[in-house]
Every structure is written in structure tokens, then in C-alpha cells.
Design a binder for this molecule. Structure first.
Ligand code: NCD
Ligand code: ZN
Length: 350
């Protein structure tokens, strides 16, 4: 029998795009209502590459929160080939920076300043290994000769395996994994390697991009994969394996930027993030594993305390609006105009 009510420790989102300025003010509430903390991606324009910039960005986020909010943004730095070893020491000494994000140059939204050749950042990775600062990886090759559906697998073979050999003690998170290959790699790795999984990759396969016509709102990176991969991701998420934890990769874009001749990558899921994960876990009868995945494995990996307050979800469908405000425009969320099976009830303080 599956329960109709689920009360779990308040979760955290270990991979989130909050944007900046008016867009930040538009979206932050959805995350802060559900999650206690979030790892905030640094791919702003220009990217957040220094501790000073990360702390400024953190202040801008805090300024958008209601006064009584207990939400904590956990900041990250954007790895570039000109990052200094001293910046890593400053990040380690900072109370607000928790990781460094690797984007292969040109892989995705605002990644032009990313890394062209990993060997150019070896001294920085060495410093991160020494300081035990996690490296968050957008694990895709950008080689246009490689089929877009194979870019994660090829990244693992070409770059991740050699990186693991060279820096065995480096703490790393393979972000938003989308393939069985990534699941197998991470499952077999020691505890200093982990992976985040998005709700959309647990719920959708690549048919969703083309169902009844091309749907730009289901285009994200890494791109949705075939059903066999989705099933492998769902198995990993619900297995209780501590390598895997929640990271929405919720990435808001203005509606017109997605419904365009060259649409941006990213799904917006913050409005229903935990509810969508509950649907996915329910599909395989593993709601009992949601709390560990959403609320325990992440803080344990990041060596942060687990949250103590709790939130409640009810099996009660609700309709997702067609759009939410996003700065001067709007953003079309996942499930726009359709229902989500779980609703968030109240939050209870510990
Ligand atoms: C992200 C974005 O829009 O910032 N898009 C996405 O499809 N996930 C960038 C990223 O994380 O790749
Ligand atoms: Zn992302």
C-alpha cells in the first residue's frame, strides 16, 4: 500500500540556477518554500569566478528573501583557465563558498568562459584536492563530432576516468546525470564521488521533446535520453545508495528565449520540485527512499548538518499554471497547464 501523506526532513537542492536581478526575485520563493539550502550555480553573465563576487551574489539572493526566511544559498565558483590557486584557498576559508563548477567551454547556457582543456587547470584541481573542496562537473564533451546523446558517456571515458586517476582524492559530483553509464561509473566509485539527479530526467525520456510536435520546454542539457537510461536513473535514485542525491537543475528562461529559432536549454521545476520527485519515487513504489535521497545523502556528502525541520506532502493533485512571472517576461514551468500528483502542505519547525 502506498501512503497518501509523506512527512520528511526538509530537503536541500544541490544544483540550482537562481539567475540574478529581477529574474532572481521572481523565482527564489519557489525554492525557499521547499528547501532549506541550495547549491547555487555560478553561470551568470559574467560568471561568478571569485569569492568576492560569490559573496556579493549571495547578498543579492538574501535581499530577495522574506525577512523571516531561513533559506541558505550555498555559493559556488565558476572554474576558468585563469583561476588562481590562491582563489581556491580563499574559497576554502570562506563561510559561503562550498564548491567549484566545471563547465566545458561552450557546453551550455553561459559557458563561454568554461574550461577548454582540463590540463590547463591541473594546479587548481590539485589545490581543490588538498583543500577538499568539491568539483561539480557538467559532464559532457563539446566535440561536435560526438552525437549529442553520447556526450555524457564519452565525457566519462575521455575525461572523467583520467581525472579520477590523476586526482584520486578529489571530491567530485557528476551533476544532473542522464545515462546508465554515469550511474554505473558513480555506483562503482568510492565515497568521494557522487552524483545529482534531476526530477525531469527521472520523469521524462527523450520522446517528451517530440511528443505531438517539437516542444522546446523539454529541451535541456544534458538532453533527455532514452527510456532505458531513465529507468537506470530511477533505480539509482531510489536504491538508497548514498552516492546519489537531489539536484533539480531548475533553470528558468524567458518563454520567448525558449520558443525561438534557437531555443535555450533548461527546464524550470522549482515550483513543484519535491512534488515531482515524489511522483517519480511513487512510480517504482519507493516513496520510503525519498527522504534519504532528498534530505540525507547531500548534506552527508557536503559534510553539513542534516536539516531538522520537516515538510509534508499529500497525494493531492494540483494544476500547474501555464506560466510564472520571470522578470519582465514569463517562464513556462514543467507540467504547465497539467497536474502534479503531490501537493506540499505546511512546513513544521523542529
Ligand atoms: C542550464 C542553464 O540554463 O543555466 N541549462 C540546462 O539545460 N541545464 C545550464 C546547465 O546547467 O547546463
Ligand atoms: Zn545546471
Amino acid at each position: 500500500m502506498t501512503p497518501n501523506r509523506l512527512e520528511i526532513t526538509r530537503p536541500d537542492d544541490w544544483h540550482l540556477h537562481l539567475r540574478d536581478g529581477a529574474a532572481l526575485a521572481s523565482v527564489i520563493g519557489h525554492t525557499a518554500e521547499r528547501f532549506a539550502r541550495a547549491i547555487v550555480m555560478p553561470n551568470l553573465k559574467p560568471p561568478v569566478t571569485t569569492v568576492v563576487q560569490a559573496e556579493d551574489y549571495r547578498r543579492r539572493i538574501m535581499a530577495c528573501l522574506p525577512k523571516d526566511s531561513r533559506f541558505q544559498p550555498l555559493m559556488t565558483l565558476y572554474l576558468t583557465e585563469s583561476m588562481s590557486v590562491e582563489e581556491i584557498a580563499r574559497a576554502k576559508a570562506s563561510d559561503n563558498v562550498f564548491a567549484v563548477k566545471y563547465y566545458p567551454a561552450g557546453a551550455t547556457t553561459n559557458s563561454d568562459s568554461g574550461v577548454r582543456d582540463l590540463s590547463h587547470v591541473y594546479p587548481v584541481l590539485e589545490a581543490m584536492e588538498k583543500h577538499e573542496l568539491p568539483l561539480l562537473l557538467h559532464g559532457e564533451v563539446t566535440d561536435s563530432a560526438i552525437d549529442i546523446f553520447d556526450r555524457e558517456r564519452v565525457f566519462i571515458e575521455r575525461h572523467l576516468m583520467p581525472l579520477r586517476e590523476r586526482f584520486p582524492a578529489l571530491r567530485m559530483v557528476l551533476e544532473h546525470i542522464t545515462t546508465r553509464d554515469a550511474v554505473e561509473f558513480v555506483t562503482a566509485a568510492p565515497a568521494n564521488v557522487a552524483a545529482t539527479l534531476t526530477a525531469h530526467h527521472l520523469l521524462l525520456n527523450r520522446n517528451a521533446i517530440f511528443a505531438g510536435g517539437i516542444n522546446p520546454h523539454h529541451y535541456c542539457l544534458p538532453i533527455l535520453k532514452r527510456e532505458t537510461h531513465r529507468l537506470a536513473l530511477l533505480q539509482a535514485a531510489t536504491s538508497g545508495d548514498t552516492h546519489f542525491f537531489l539536484g533539480t537543475d531548475s533553470a528558468p528562461h524567458a518563454r520567448e528565449a525558449k520558443e525561438s529559432s534557437c531555443g535555450c536549454a533548461g527546464l524550470y521545476t522549482s515550483h513543484a520540485a519535491l512534488e515531482l520527485y515524489a511522483e517519480a519515487f511513487d512510480q517504482v513504489g519507493r516513496l520510503d527512499q525519498l527522504e534519504a535521497f532528498a534530505s540525507f545523502h547531500g548534506p552527508d556528502f557536503y559534510r553539513l548538518p542534516r536539516n531538522t525541520d520537516r515538510i509534508t506532502l499529500d497525494r493531492k493533485p494540483w494544476m500547474v499554471p501555464d506560466e510564472y512571472p520571470l522578470a519582465a517576461s514569463t517562464c513556462r514551468p514543467m507540467r504547465a497547464g497539467e497536474s502534479v500528483a503531490w501537493s506540499m502542505l505546511e512546513a513544521r519547525a523542529s
